[in-house]
Design a protein around this ligand. Structure first.
Ligand SMILES: [Zn+2]
Ligand SMILES: [Zn+2]
Length: 780
């Protein structure tokens, strides 16, 4: 046997609240090593000593055998002589001022806890708050760090002797599980109807289930907020929920008890299934089966359903299979239209009073609001639509170190991003910043992140749109605190977000397609080809401008856009076109005057608006009830077998849709089926993307294409464009960690601002509040 040696090891990443110390303890015991381990504010610190070979195996095992929820960023090993320690101990946490570490997101119920939940002999049998070191609430209950029970919303529950014994036992799977609880000492549920407490615990659960089965709507307090739950297979219940929520047409999220149910209602690939059962348990958007008994009204006009599996023990109990009980519940956010999801009992009683027939409440407080995440899969890998519970606040790693800065995102699907070191903490989904309540939710979220990550911004980054609440918040705060504020062009931020999440530090062809973004020239951009790096961009090509007659009115009523497109293509507004029936003669007269005078008819290069206009032209939808509805229904109409394509006219610096519009009108008059025309349009856009990228490749010698912006949530378009680009030898950069829509924008703003601050520090100046345009052509 060789002489014993020792090592001091520091591990950073998500290593607290995920069972890391018990894992280290067990690993050291197995290798017959001695030493100690403890939590610090920066991660986990340990000392081990013993046989050198065992020591090496231990270091390897730290990474290769780490608990499933740990995310290790770095393991720093320093060799030391052995001190003659004789056993292995878990020491008390050591707080360090200013140190910080990532916080674990909330984690779906694990297999072990599920087994106990269903075991009549277990003391937590049917206990709705069962959890362990591998599962349960984290981010939504943490008030501050280090992650210890007194700093969570579990502080008010004193552990019973049994729970305390498990908590203190390194060999127990609840060792230092901060939210651990049991029926004797932990939170519990009850049911309220008209402010009267009707039932407690199991009886409350059974009565809630009875009400749901009979068609009622029940507000259910979950992990990150309230849901409104009803029987998704009961058309009257779903229609009633829609009526009460004032939610026209927008799809409701569904929860189903198990994969069997999911596969009965939807088609799911192996990648979809992997995502559904992952610890994050996101809502996964899946093609709906024709024979599904889910009410049509749950997702009108869509070929898909958004489905999740139960992720908390309460959900498991609520969804439990029983003859006659629905195998699909609507589980939509518990909020009034467009307001943040309710999290407090009193808030829910007040705000949801007219929406819910009963309240299934509990007494574990929610510290941080967090909606359900929404994902799709593309080419066998996750493709995020909404980053929230289960994902946030896990950081994205930047390709370099950043000063502490705050990027405030955009207006719709707002998220914000706080950076520190090479971590970019992209927030959970905040919502559409169209009212005071949502702005408050943004401000509260920012305060919480700054406290958790011990990070006070030294600069702010914002979107150039002067009317966005997020922009005003950033500018006001910068002024109040005397901080530099860095304006970032919307589509530049989209492309930078896509680059940053892949750790790329170079230059790409960025194809930024979305609905709206403030352009350098004051126009509404959204069909952009940008040669882009973090420093700046060159607008290499874009969709030719067309007009939005009536501005916002055109966004709500795509028939107005269709009229503008017809006019620009030199076509008349002939009565045989389906969209002509959508507006009155008077309304069309107004549109005509707006277009001719150029008054209240802003110029746009928006690809999203082109999709809207074409949807109206084809008779799919003339006015919308939620963002992108017309484009979504156009996508749903695509005949996958269609091989034809409408050709754009591709110039050196812009692409003109006029020939596409003329071809569409010809096909309309020839009576071509809708599916084929929708297919030809999608094929045409994909062909155009390829052609412009080839044009830029020839000119700039770039081969990497980043696809970002909300239009890339159109899977029919994404598939067609990706196939063409890959076949032509391009390297494709797609969003995998953050959404392609504005939910990922703050990451790009942060990356660009960080790059500028880093280079300012090195002596390259761009001024305190450099607007994008000033540096637009820098180096490109
Ligand atoms: Zn568990
Ligand atoms: Zn207990």
């Amino acid at each position: 046997m060789t002489a014993p040696s020792g090592a001091h090891i520091e591990v950073t990443g998500v290593v607290q609240g995920v069972g890391f110390r018990p894992f280290v303890y067990a690993l050291a015991r197995r290798m017959s090593l001695s030493g100690w381990v403890r939590n610090t504010s920066a991660g986990v610190e340990l000392e081990v000593e013993g046989d050198p070979q065992a020591l090496q195996a231990f270091v390897d095992g730290l990474k290769s055998e780490a608990p499933p929820l740990a995310r290790i960023d770095a393991v720093r090993v320093e060799q030391r002589p052995a001190n003659g320690l004789s056993d292995f101990a878990i020491l008390d946490s050591q707080a360090q001022a200013g140190a910080f570490q990532p916080v674990s997101p909330d984690i779906g119920l694990c297999e072990d806890c599920l087994r106990e939940l269903n075991d009549p002999a277990d003391r937590r049998h049917r206990y709705p708050f069962i959890n362990c070191t591998n599962c349960g609430p984290r981010f939504t209950i943490i008030r501050d760090l280090p992650y210890d029970r007194p700093l969570t919303t579990m502080a008010s529950f004193t552990m019973c002797p049994d729970c305390a014994a498990e908590y203190a036992d390194p060999a127990d799977r609840r060792f230092h599980a901060q939210p651990t609880a049991c029926p004797a000492c932990g939170p519990h549920i009850w049911l309220e109807v008209s402010a009267a407490r009707l039932a407690e615990r199991e009886q409350a659960l059974q009565q809630a289930r009875r009400m749901i089965r009979e068609g009622s709507i029940v507000a259910v307090k979950g992990l990150g907020g309230f849901h409104l739950a009803c029987d998704a297979t009961n058309p009257e219940a779903v229609a009633e929920l829609r009526r009460r929520k004032l939610r026209v047409d927008k799809p409701f999220a569904l929860m189903m008890p198990d994969l069997l149910a999911v596969q009965a209602h939807c088609e799911a690939t192996p990648a979809d299934i992997e995502l559904l059962v992952s610890p994050q348990r996101p809502i996964v958007v899946l093609p709906r089966r024709g024979e599904s008994s889910v009410a049509q009204d749950a997702a009108p006009g869509q070929g898909t359903l958004g489905v999740m599996l139960p992720y908390s023990p309460l959900h498991v109990l609520l969804l439990e299979r029983e003859p006659g009980y629905p195998e699909a519940l609507v589980m939509t956010s518990g909020n009034r239209s467009e307001e943040p999801i309710a999290i407090r009992n009193d808030e829910a009683r007040l705000n949801l009073e007219e929406l819910a027939d009963a309240f299934l409440l509990h007494d574990r407080e929610i510290e941080m609001r967090c909606d359900d995440p929404v994902m799709r899969t593309f080419q066998g890998a996750p493709y995020p639509l909404r980053r929230a519970r289960g994902y946030a606040p896990f950081p994205v790693r930047l390709p370099w170190e950043s000063p502490v800065l705050l990027a405030t995102g955009a207006e719709l699907k707002n998220t914000f991003c706080l950076t520190r070191g090479d971590y970019a903490f992209l927030s959970h989904h905040i919502g559409d910043l169209e009212n005071y309540e949502t702005l408050r939710s943004l401000e509260g979220g920012v305060e919480h992140f700054e406290r958790l990550f011990r990070a006070h911004p030294t600069a702010l980054a914002y979107d150039l749109h002067p009317d966005y609440l997020a922009t005003r918040y950033a500018l006001q705060r910068a002024e109040r605190e005397g901080l530099p504020a860095i304006g970032v062009q919307h589509h530049h931020a989209h492309i930078a977000a896509c680059m940053a999440e892949h750790g790329l530090d170079g230059r790409v062809i960025g194809v930024a397609f979305d609905g709206t973004g403030y352009g350098d020239d004051g126009a509404v951009w959204g069909g952009e080809f940008l040669v882009s790096d973090y420093q700046g961009y060159r607008r290499a090509s874009h969709l030719r401008y067309f007009q939005l007659p009536g501005g916002d009115a055109a966004v709500r009523q795509p028939w107005r856009i269709a009229l503008a497109l017809l006019r620009q293509a030199g076509l008349g507004w002939d009565a045989d076109l389906p969209l002509i029936a959508a507006g009155t003669d008077t309304a069309r007269g107004i549109v005509q005057r707006l277009l001719e005078a150029g008054l209240n008819a802003p110029q746009t290069s928006s690809m999203g608006r082109l999709f809207d206009g074409v949807a109206s032209l084809l008779g799919v939808r003339h006015s919308i009830n939620y963002e992108a509805q017309a484009a979504i229904e156009l996508e749903a109409a695509v005949d996958p077998a269609e091989g034809g394509a409408y050709a754009f006219s591709i110039g050196p610096e812009e692409v003109d849709p006029a020939p596409v519009i003329r071809e569409i009108v010809k096909d309309l008059r020839a009576g071509l089926p809708l599916g084929r025309m929708a297919g030809r349009f999608h094929n045409g856009v994909a062909d155009m993307v390829l052609a412009v990228c080839e044009q830029i490749r020839e000119r700039d010698g770039l081969n990497c294409v980043a696809l970002s912006g909300g239009v890339w949530q159109n899977m029919a378009l994404l598939q067609r464009a990706a196939d063409r680009l890959s076949a032509a030898g391009f390297d494709l950069l797609l969003h995998r960690q953050v959404p392609a829509n504005d939910g990922g924008l703050a990451l790009g703003q942060a990356a660009i601002a960080a790059w500028r601050l880093n280079h300012d520090a090195a002596g390259e100046s761009s001024g305190g509040a450099a607007a994008e345009g000033e540096v637009q052509d820098g180096g490109l």
